[in-house]
Design a protein around this ligand. Structure first.
Ligand SMILES: [Zn+2]
Length: 121
């Protein structure tokens, strides 16, 4: 038996371009953090992103013994601390990376006083 069936009309429309947002980064931790293909992580400008940013800052602060990574003086509280990004030479500030450990598990970035971080520019 060779019954011909009509070709079903597909509701699926082929799209020439995928959404760029899904190609450029993955979202981690319920959307708090963007992860780029090169491994960088950036906390989102959202309440969840800020919570994660603060959490990472707190971890860095305690692993540094609450000392500023720039002036080596004590940071009294989390509100005085800011996320100090180590900038890789030649990469510029455009490549922000909010990771606190690199893929080898070594420390990355650090916590610094607001004033110290500001002075460095
Ligand atoms: Zn300092």
């Amino acid at each position: 038996m060779n019954r011909r069936r009509p070709i079903p009309c597909s509701p699926y429309h082929w799209q020439p371009e995928a959404k760029p947002s899904s190609l450029r980064y993955d979202l981690l931790l319920d959307g708090a953090v963007r992860r780029y293909p090169d491994g960088r992580e950036v906390c989102q400008d959202s309440p969840a992103g800020w919570r994660e940013y603060k959490r990472r800052l707190e971890i860095m602060l305690s692993r540094q013994g609450h000392m500023c990574c720039l002036c080596d003086k004590r940071i009294r509280s989390l509100v005085d601390a800011t996320f100090e990004h180590q900038r890789r030479r030649g990469m510029g500030a455009a490549f922000r990376d909010d990771r606190i450990y690199n893929p080898r598990g070594e420390w990355m970035n650090g916590a610094a006083h607001w004033v110290c971080n500001g002075e460095k520019g």
